[in-house]
Design a protein around this ligand. Sequence first.
Ligand code: CA
Length: 211
Amino acid sequence: MKLLKAVAITIMLLLIISQAAPAQIYDAVKDFSIVSNPNGVWSYGYLASWGAPFTLYTWEGTCFTGMNTWMEPPGCGPSPSVSHNGTGKQFCAQTWCFPPSYLGTSPGPNGELTVIRWTAPSSGTFVMRVKFVGMDWYFPTSTYVYVVRNSQRLLLQAPITSYEWPLLFYPEPIKLFAGDTIDLMVDWGKDGSYIGDSTGAELKIWSLGQH
Ligand SMILES: [Ca+2]
């Protein structure tokens, strides 16, 4: 059934993409901004713990050449974060490798959940495609990843305890109202440590039109 569902959704996406007037596509990696947060429909921030308010990151900068990161000031220290690999190829440093087809996320040293948030710009029906992957080859990555609607409804919760083994999530199309939010969140997982927890995350959303 899962396979049938995935095939049906893939065919639907191909039909959408092949139409003369292409559907609006939102892509967390391609739309990434180092200039502003929030950035249109996207925002980057964290929760101090489950249920805590969403706090926007206020520091943006470069800790590794070619990588741009949103995190807490003073930057390049222990903090939850969201990063973009602008090198166009896999970038490896320390104990992790960062493919350019993901945003890089890290939970915080005190159990903070890092968040990539998409806010619906209008009411309508949307299709989403989510990918997560462990990026630390040494420890390896040990996180929990989540997809959450409006900070309350859990659409996905799953552990990432591997390296370069992507987790794909293709839920059925969902109806959203303008202002509804879809969050990709990453916490430090069952081991209660954020060390070696680099996790790739990607969210693409297609609008299927108004309600
Ligand atoms: Ca961990």
